[in-house]
Design a protein around this ligand. Structure first.
Ligand SMILES: NC(=O)c1ccc[n+]([C@@H]2O[C@H](COP(=O)([O-])OP(=O)(O)OC[C@H]3O[C@@H](n4cnc5c(N)ncnc54)[C@H](O)[C@@H]3O)[C@@H](O)[C@H]2O)c1
Length: 328
């Protein structure tokens, strides 16, 4: 069976493409390489350079490659940028999903797994794990662009045109178990990525935004999920749809979180480096705490997390960053 993986030259997409290949699927990666890397596309996958905003190109690829299902990662994801370039986010992310849904309908491709985000939930729920049907209130255009994408897929599914799984990732981090793949985007803004860059001296310091949140140590709490565990979830969601399972949406995290200070401490422990941390004002739009309730993912898709360990996540990210930076 052949799966189209849009955004498969990116961080999460390339890990997932690899997981599909290892499980006997054929893979076609479709990516415009704006933030992705050709060398991240796993050997064994076919690569097509293209843009998901082109319904025409997508239609041609779905037809010519005889695609059975799609996993759609392609998106812009810089939350801050989305606040001053909102239309770029609606065009790339939301119109990209619309073009894909239309192309799928034209060709008769029935299944899509979609990369959604915890950013759908804004900051309404702080004191417990977030369940799938908690209120949606994105705090930025990035979150809005993903929520609108979910509406498109849900409405298309209601006509019987397709089935979909929307996977709302919490904070994705870490590198592959074999050390061959990890986060390549140098200016990716995720805490663990920036922290390991500071640990190897690629950054002079790490900035900590806000120390007066209503959390035990005053810093924000996030649910960090290992990229390889997330790749497993995509495989399960894909198999669920291919087996005739219903459309559904899942919160993807471990169900417990760590504060920014705890993460920094762990990075310092695994690296042995004591880099400077500059405490500054809160950033607008940061929720105090975002932790997934992953009960549905476990009960409905049978997901069993294998790497729910902050030490492992930070260590793999640190080793990967050293490797791509040629640091011994
Ligand atoms: N990294 C996280 O913590 C996180 C959290 C929640 C959701 N997500 C979602 O996961 C997905 C993948 O994120 P990532 O961290 O791997 O980011 P990434 O930037 O590494 O990957 C995105 C990929 O999509 C490609 N792309 C972007 N726009 C495209 C377009 N118009 N046409 C074709 N290709 C395009 C990029 O070149 C890149 O390869 C995104 O949809 C993102 O919104 C990520």
């Amino acid at each position: 069976m052949k799966i189209l993986v849009t955004g498969g030259a990116g961080y999460i997409g390339s890990h997932t493409a690899n997981r599909l290949l290892k499980n006997g699927f054929e893979v076609v990666v479709f990516d415009n390489l704006t933030t992705g890397f050709r060398e991240a596309v796993p050997k064994g996958a076919k690569f097509i350079q293209g843009d998901v905003r082109s319904e025409e190109h997508l239609t041609q690829v779905l037809r010519d490659e005889k695609i059975s299902a799609v996993i759609h990662f392609a998106a812009k994801l810089n939350v801050k940028e989305s606040t001053f370039k909102p239309l770029d986010y609606y065009e790339n992310n939301t119109a990209g999903v619309l073009a894909m849904a239309k192309a799928m309908q034209t060709v008769g491709v029935k299944h899509i797994v979609f990369s959604s985000t915890a950013a759908l939930f804004g900051d309404k729920v702080q004191d417990r794990g977030i369940v799938e049907d908690d209120p949606k209130s994105p705090l930025n255009p990035y979150g809005n662009s993903k929520l609108m994408s979910e509406y498109i897929l849900s409405d298309a599914a209601s006509t019987g045109a397709l089935t979909y799984c929307a996977l709302r990732y919490f904070n994705v981090a870490g590198a592959s178990d074999d050390g061959e793949n990890g986060q390549r985007t140098a200016d990716a803004f995720h805490l663990i990525h920036l922290g390991v860059q500071a640990a190897i001296g690629k950054r002079k310091q790490l900035q900590l935004f806000g120390n007066d949140y209503p959390t035990p140590d005053g810093t924000c709490i996030r649910d960090y999920i290992h990229v390889e565990d997330l790749a497993d979830i995509h495989l399960l969601a894909l198999k669920h749809l291919l087996a005739g399972g219903e459309s559904d949406y899942f919160n993807c995290g471990y169900g417990f979180g760590y504060s920014v200070k705890e993460v920094i401490k762990m990075i310092k422990t695994v690296s042995g480096a004591d880099f400077p941390v500059i405490e500054s004002e809160r950033r607008p739009g940061d929720a105090a705490s975002l932790v997934a309730d992953s009960a549905k993912l476990k009960s409905k898709l049978g997901w069993k997390p294998q790497r729910a360990d902050l030490n492992l996540i930070c260590k793999s990210a640190y080793q990967w960053e050293k490797r791509i930076s040629n640091v011994k």
